[in-house]
Design a protein around this ligand. Structure first.
Ligand SMILES: Cc1ncc(COP(=O)(O)O)c(C=O)c1O
Length: 383
């Protein structure tokens, strides 16, 4: 590593990369430089919601790029307004106001800033195992020693972290100094660890009582992946702010902070901003992507295929399966990294997680029964 940092290629080697160089993609498949096809149960990091290069999404991008590649929100654009309406209509009431950004971290950063502005408080609470991004506010809520150290280096005050599913622990720290409690209803990087419904219900009550904002980070588990458009809907718990990113446009960078009227109250021109946020091309891509999700019944598919993978994995002797829909964590009796590596010769791509024994699956929402069976067959050979 040290040698490659001081000489060699220009690209900083800060990612542990998988042994595949995809040059094309279609549906759940990646095609490498030699023309080999790889089954993608990692979904380009949970981004490829409608699969790779869905023709309808590609066409929407090309058409809009030819008309107007970009203009910022300094001017109105019908697609930006249409997309905001669409997302608001897909989120549970009263989440009805949308701000567009470029990434997950930026969406969380804005949710946190809005909560601080509305409450006039600074403190944040998050959950052990949570991952929210690398910008200051999001970083301060992300669990893990390396992130806490980075936050300290930046002089950012750390959130108070509560143990997973610990209702009494949450109750003990959410007081009138807390601006927001932020959590992922299904913790992605922790290995698709889904909260007990009672915890999320209690979090709602505790926040309401303390006048703190409840923020659901649905950057990984949202956009249909958990079995409804939002995990909030799956759980029947409505936060004050909900953030989306990865799966929205299936590949172009977009994030959205969706808030209720309470958090929107008092906002004036200039309070938020993002040059590239809500540009015409990314809005066209997202609208086309959401059309595909609806037209092809992909949210219902996540439940059917998720269940098929869960049952099949348990039949193979996997200890347990956590997660919702097509955000699944297979709890193994051995290191997940070894299993991920052993699957590469079968040309199957999966993910690891912060839990060394959990293999993370986040395939396209369009993953078919045949593709699920191929994945299970390869797993069966490896386990
Ligand atoms: C739950 C969650 N929140 C936030 C982020 C940060 O998103 P981004 O990398 O787009 O900034 C991620 C990224 O993996 C994530 O999984």
């Amino acid at each position: 590593m040290q040698d490659t940092l001081t000489s060699g290629p220009a690209l900083l080697p800060v990612y542990a990369q998988m042994p595949v160089t995809p040059v094309r993609g279609h549906g759940s498949w990646l095609v490498d430089e030699q023309g080999n096809e790889w089954l993608d149960a990692y979904g380009g990091h949970a981004v490829a919601s409608t699969g790779h290069s869905h023709p309808a999404v590609v066409k929407a991008i090309a058409d809009q790029a030819a008309k107007l590649l970009f203009y910022s929100a300094a001017v109105p654009h019908p697609l930006r307004e249409q997309l905001a309406e669409r997302i608001a209509s897909l989120c549970p009431d009263p989440l009805a106001k949308v701000f567009f950004v470029n990434s997950g971290a930026e969406a969380n950063e804005n949710a946190i800033a809005l909560a601080r502005k509305r409450t006039g408080r600074r403190n944040l609470v998050s959950i052990r195992g949570g991952w929210h991004g690398r910008t200051p506010g999001a970083l301060s809520c992300t669990d893990g020693a390396r992130y806490e150290e980075a936050a300290k280096r930046a002089g950012v005050p750390l959130s108070t972290k509560v143990a997973f599913n610990d209702i009494a622990g949450l109750e003990a720290v959410v007081d009138r100094s807390v601006a927001a409690v932020i959590l992922e209803p299904v913790q992605g990087i922790q290995g698709a660890r889904d909260f007990a419904p009672e915890f999320l219900e209690a979090a709602r009550e505790i926040c309401t009582r303390a006048g703190a904002a409840l923020v659901f980070d649905e950057i990984q588990c949202g956009v249909g992946r958990s079995g409804a458009f939002t995990a909030a809907e799956v759980y029947g718990v409505v936060p004050d702010a909900l953030t989306l990113a990865k799966g929205l446009a299936a590949g172009l960078p977009i994030g959205a902070t969706v808030i209720n009227p309470w958090l929107a109250e008092g906002l004036t021109i200039g309070d938020l901003g993002s040059t590239f946020g809500g540009g015409p091309v990314v809005c066209a891509a997202t609208l086309a992507n959401l059309d595909v999700i609806e037209r092809e019944g992909l949210i219902a598919n996540t439940l059917v295929i998720g269940e098929r993978i869960r049952t099949g994995a348990l039949a193979l002797g996997v200890k347990s399966v956590q997660g919702r829909g097509l955000l699944l964590g297979l709890c193994l009796d051995r290191p997940a990294a070894e299993v991920q590596k052993a699957l590469f010769p079968y040309r199957v791509v999966t993910g690891t997680s912060a839990d060394p024994n959990v293999l993370r699956l986040m395939p396209p929402l369009s993953f078919s029964a045949a593709e699920a069976d191929l994945l299970l067959a390869a797993l069966g050979k490896v386990l």
